[in-house]
Design a protein around this ligand. Sequence first.
Ligand SMILES: C[S@@+](CC[C@H](N)C(=O)[O-])C[C@H]1O[C@@H](n2cnc3c(N)ncnc32)[C@H](O)[C@@H]1O
Length: 217
Amino acid sequence: MTTTRRTHTTRASYDTVAADYAELLRNELANKPLDRAMLAAFAEHVRAGGDGPVADLGCGPGRVTVHLEGLGLDAYGIDLSPEMVATARLAHPHLRFEVGTMTALDIEDEALAGALVWYSTVHTPLDELPVMFAEFHRVLAPGGHLLIAFKVGDERVHLDHAYGHDLDLDVYRFPPQLIAELLGHAGLAEVARLVREADAREKTPQAFILARKPERE
Ligand SMILES: C[S@@+](CC[C@H](N)C(=O)[O-])C[C@H]1O[C@@H](n2cnc3c(N)ncnc32)[C@H](O)[C@@H]1O
């Protein structure tokens, strides 16, 4: 599949499921103490670095963006899917959400104190991740932090039905070491990682990697 076609099908799929996805996952973090622990550690590192804007990249309905706000961050969201962005704006009218893509972010160089990438690279094949990781490095300020969450494995799974709808979506699972190395190649040094087992609703273990853009020499 070409990049353009993949972008189109990913956007169309999330436009279709946006409202139901938002409803189904609204309180999902409440049952995930380890996930919340990584978000809390990310927030503490960002605040210790002097604060500044934090972008939730691939924010979906904004459920994690608002969680970051609750952790004291100046958080806003960006997503490929206009319907996801509309859903996020409706649910969280006090927060900012924009349509955009992680392959070419409309963000100035070194503007962000933090970037959250919460299960939003899971539809991107391995050979296209370096472009996104280079963008994350470009927009982070020196000393800024990135937290990425993804599904652990080494395969592509095709979804043609989810969240009560027909859709056309590839989901990629990756080994955590591989993602840590790709982040390192992009200039984002690993600070910590968590790999936890799947819960009752998940099919694979889940990984969370906290990384940091080094201070300027
Ligand atoms: C599995 S959902 C996760 C949404 C949100 N982070 C959450 O945890 O609820 C994946 C999201 O990534 C977005 N996405 C996928 N590719 C993207 C890209 N290239 N740029 C921006 N957003 C993207 C999708 O539109 C979708 O909303």
